[in-house]
Ligand binder design. Structure first.
Ligand code: 2DT
Ligand code: MG
Length: 207
């Protein structure tokens, strides 16, 4: 029987280096012989993803609840494919997941518990790497972009909301370090986790 792949989620505020680090991690896992793929949410290529993209680029407006549900639907529609990949041995590195969904919407003022509900039942990550960076440090990295949520005041609230969501699957990574050091910390964390989960016998996938 094939050992299932790991579901590794990477979260953090904008400019924390998530996308670069996700690419590095995927490359490193592949080089060391692990069948691995990169997944990114929102997936802007699907029908829901196109609506999300237009909203983020401020080309369209949507009620806060409606966009929250769209982000969640954008994950739900991917679950069958992702779960098949995991069960056939592919490890997935996921750039943003339901934690971003809850952190951003609750930072906008929606009720935290309400925000959690639509994502209940999604695949549970094995490990969540949180790339932690203060908003001052994030801003020093060339400022935020032009998208709807890329604003200082909101980002401060988002970071705060993220910290309310942590549980024992979370590992905090100090994202203020050099790119290489962050990469090293992530690799050490993943290596340790892989050793431990193989020794303990990887648990079945949890929905
Ligand atoms: P990127 O900059 O990573 O493309 O993200 N977001 C993301 C939400 O508000 N809810 C969600 O469920 C997810 C996954 C975070 C685009 C923006 O979308 C926000 C930043
Ligand atoms: Mg962004």
């Amino acid at each position: 029987m094939v050992q299932r792949g790991l579901l590794i989620v990477v979260e953090g505020c904008d400019r924390s280096g998530k996308s670069t680090q996700c690419e590095n991690l995927v490359a490193k896992l592949q080089q060391t012989g692990n069948d691995t793929e990169l997944v990114k949410f929102p997936d802007r290529t699907t029908q829901t993803g196109k609506m999300i993209d237009s909203y983020l680029q401020q080309k369209s407006d949507l009620d806060d609840h409606a966009i929250h549900l769209l982000f969640s639907a954008n994950r739900w529609e991917a679950m069958k494919t992702l779960s098949e990949k995991l069960s056939t041995g592919t490890t997935l590195v996921v750039d943003r997941y339901a934690f971003s969904g809850v952190a951003f919407s609750s930072a906008k003022g929606l009720d935290l518990e309400w925000c959690r509900n639509p994502d209940i039942g999604l695949l549970t990550p094995d490990i969540v790497l949180f790339l932690d960076l203060t908003i001052d440090e994030a801003e020093k990295r060339g400022g935020f972009g032009q998208e709807r949520y890329e604003k200082r005041d909101l980002q401060i609230k988002v970071r705060d909301e993220f910290t309310k969501l942590q549980d024992d699957t979370w590992k905090f990574i100090d994202a203020s370090q050099s790119k290489d050091q962050v990469q090293q910390d992530i690799w050490d964390t993943i290596k340790q986790f892989k050793q431990k989960s193989t020794k303990d016998g990887i648990q079945p996938l949890q929905f």
